[in-house]
Design a binder for this molecule. Structure first.
Ligand code: PEP
Ligand code: MG
Length: 322
């Protein structure tokens, strides 16, 4: 098995019927990139920048961030690198920021909500990204977007910093794609409107499932409701992919679901363009996809979307792919 995987390290990810997708990796630090390349990653689909901010006593400087982003971009060469801006709050706390205690932290003041109100934290990160962008194939992604206004505001701040950096005579990346995480149901439902304005989507199923099913992703007691194959989730994922494609944009997925061997055939059939997962899942996923027919899986789409339960979906797809 390991030998079969190793042979595919430098191969593209192409289904049995000749359709290509991208297999990317989720990382937390520049040190993770070695593992991505050793496992045949075609890009970074999610760089969680929180780690730069966590486990220390103060905010990282613009320079520290610039060095980290540059290191990731240089190691990846011309392969795409999606960097997510700070997604703090929820389960991730920062002692030095003195965030308010909240009754429902996962529904509270986190991620882009925090960044838009704390531009002194947000702007240095955007500057570091814009400057690092000249060293590789950078794409910037905003987390926890619930409304179009949030996206517009975040993008305007990014453009503002770009303008300032240029005026200061610094080199910045000219053409960076700017996208969003789709992890809040409101955004998935009106993906069509978002697709006109964003360059790409990346579906964050870890949160999208939690918010759609109203089941805390950390709470064991309600974990039975945490159902990736629930038809509600599949319908939202399908809405997002169709919306993107109708505007000529691409859709990735960076939640755990993207690396799940049962979900992979479903997602391939729905037309997902990029699958981002932990490095060690990449070669098994490539092996699996090479044996799947995208066209055949796509023919099950309306049937799957009309199913009533996650169990039905799972049984069906297992039967069809065995
Ligand atoms: C997600 O919500 O699916 C995701 C990838 O982000 P995180 O797990 O960091 O919340
Ligand atoms: Mg998330």
């Amino acid at each position: 098995q390991k030998e079969v995987w190793a042979k595919l390290k430098d191969e593209p990810t192409i289904s049995q019927d000749g359709e290509q997708v991208e297999l990317a990796a989720n990382i937390g630090t520049p040190e993770d990139v070695t593992g991505v390349l050793n496992n045949g990653g075609e890009g970074i689909g999610l760089y969680r920048t929180e780690f730069l901010y966590m486990g220390k006593s103060e905010l990282p400087t613009e320079e520290e961030q610039y060095n980290a982003y540059k290191s990731v971009l240089e190691q990846m060469g011309d392969k795409p690198v999606v960097v997510r801006t700070l997604d703090i709050g929820g389960d991730k706390e920062l002692s030095y920021l003195d965030l308010p205690k909240e009754l429902n932290p996962f529904l509270g003041f986190r991620a882009i909500r925090f960044c838009l109100e704390n531009e002194d934290v947000f702007r240095p990160q955007l500057r570091a990204l814009l400057r690092a962008g000249v060293h590789g194939n950078l794409k910037v992604m905003f987390p926890m977007i619930a409304t179009l206004e949030e996206f517009r505001q975040a993008k305007a701040i990014l453009m503002d910093e770009k303008h300032d950096l240029k005026n200061e005579g610094l080199k910045v990346a000219e053409h960076i794609e700017v996208g969003i995480m789709v992890e809040i149901p409101s955004t998935a439902v009106i993906a069509k409107q978002f697709a006109k304005e964003v360059d790409f989507f990346s579906i964050g199923t870890n949160d999208l499932i939690q918010y759609t099913m109203a089941a805390d992703r950390m709470n064991e007691r309600v974990s039975y409701l945490y159902q990736p194959y629930h038809p509600a989730i599949l319908n939202l994922v399908n809405t997002v992919i169709e919306a993107a494609h109708s505007e000529g944009k691409w859709t990735g997925m960076c939640g755990e679901m993207a690396g799940d061997p049962i979900a992979i055939p479903i997602l391939l059939g729905l037309g997902l363009d990029e699958f981002s997962m932990s490095s060690t899942s990449i070669l098994p996923a490539r092996t699996q996809i090479r044996d799947l027919s995208k066209e055949k899986l796509a023919s099950y789409k309306s049937k799957l979307l009309a199913m009533g339960t996650a169990e039905e979906v799972e049984e069906f797809i297992k039967e069809k792919t065995k």
